[in-house]
Design a protein around this ligand. Structure first.
Ligand code: 13P
Length: 248
């Protein structure tokens, strides 16, 4: 039985001092043994967040990371910097990074490999645009994203990865995918992992849904057989996140 993983993606919100306030407020609301709870905060707040979350079930993740060890990469954050302060997860290939910061399937793959090399669990994002959905190419497109993201990833590593299926048209729009739509794609992703790595990896890997998840939609989405939790944007910055984590 896969343990659910419910992560908040704070995006570019909250200063370090606001981070402490929000974590203190959410700590009692997200306390549970039933799911892994991860807060992915801005890089500048990672250390503060780790400190603020001490003694709770909240784990802290980054929203991005570079794929080189160190060097002349102005503005970037190296994997070793993340592990040094105790970061356990990193979001890789979010559609906002693909759209605004030239992230590609190839750089996503490099980051995924680097994260594993450092023992950081990547939360690998994929998702189609509205045009792709309307043209009926969603599954083909997602399969391509997954296959490239997992190039040279070993079966043992793949088992521990997290994939976030986030249809672009559902992100920040209030237009949540139906449970049926989300389940269909999450199942296709699991089937794709099974084709590459076999059934053991497909059964173990955790697949989240993301895109306008709220306290009202979480229960139906997270009860689907192939949906193992969520990657939550806007609603992760509010007390509502407690209801999402304790969705049952
Ligand atoms: P929203 O929940 O705000 O739609 O954002 C989803 C998302 O992009 C999480 O990574």
């Amino acid at each position: 039985m896969r343990k659910k993983i419910i992560a908040g993606n704070w995006k570019m919100n909250k200063t370090p001092s606001e981070t402490v306030t929000l974590i203190d407020e959410l700590k009692p609301l997200v306390a549970t043994d039933e799911a892994d709870v991860v807060f992915c905060v801005p890089a500048v707040s990672l250390t503060t967040a780790i400190e603020a979350a001490k003694g709770s079930n909240i784990q802290i993740g980054a929203q991005n990371m570079y794929y080189e060890e160190s060097g002349a990469y102005t503005g970037e954050v190296a994997p070793g910097m993340l592990t040094d302060i105790g970061v356990k997860y990193v979001i890789v290939g979010h559609s906002e990074r693909r759209e605004y910061f030239a992230e590609t399937d190839v750089t996503v793959n490099k980051k995924v490999l680097k994260a594993f090399e450092h023992g950081i669990t990547p939360i690998i994002c994929c998702g189609e645009s509205l045009t792709q959905r309307e043209q009926g190419v969603t599954i083909d497109f997602i399969r391509q994203q997954i296959k490239i993201a997992f190039l040279n990833v070993t079966p043992e590593q793949a088992k521990t990865a997290v994939i976030a299926y986030e249809p672009i048209w559902a992100i920040g729009t209030g237009k949540v995918a139906t449970a049926g739509q989300a389940q269909e794609v999450c199942k296709a992703i699991r089937d794709c992992i099974a084709e590459i790595y076999g059934d053991a990896a497909a059964v173990a890997i955790r697949i989240q849904y993301g895109g306008s998840v709220t306290a009202d939609s979480a229960a139906e989405l997270f009860s689907q057989p192939d949906i193992d939790g969520g990657l939550v944007g806007g609603a992760s910055l509010k007390p509502d996140f407690g209801r999402i984590v304790n969705y049952k």
